[in-house]
Design a protein. Sequence first.
Length: 215
Amino acid sequence: MHEVAAETDEKERLSDALRRLLEVAGGRPLAVSEMIEIMHGRGLHMIVILLCLPFLSPVTIPGISIPFGVAIAVCGLRIAFGHKPWLPGFILRRRVPYAALEKMAHFGSRVYEKVEKVIRPRLDFIFDAPGMIILIGVSIAIAGLFLSMPIPPPFILTNTIPGFAIIFFCLGLMERDGALIIVGYALTIVTAIYFGLIAFAGQAAIHEVWKLIFG
């Protein structure tokens, strides 16, 4: 078990942190543990956003869907119950090639620069309501589990929708922006409906193939 460093520079923008990550990397691949250390261990919210970027950016890192999705789910539960940042060792040791890291950072910066224009503290009652942080953390965990499901083509946006839901949840928590939390809930519901339709379509396809083969 590996505890991740506590939060420090909370005022640094995500886009600036990602650019600094590339500067320090200097063209070499980085382990997840190094990435977290470079970003000054900004806490679970930043860790989750970092783990989400490969699912959203136009780059594929082989073999990350299940481990990163499960890691996000674990972080969501730790957010729900107020536990310290933690990731399993096999995730912390995972190395990300610099080319993939560069695309992740540039994509993440562009997304955040657009979102940060509308982020502001609002709808405080969402954060003060009893059990709301638990609900948000559990929702992040559920979306992380959706990310861990390797859905094959032709189904699109199976990573994008839950990935953005998670990022909106985390940014909402970091900036106390209740509107982003609401958007996160909406995207999580859309994800659940979408995956349900995919499961229904898959079941129907299997049924048709069974009828075709066995009559």
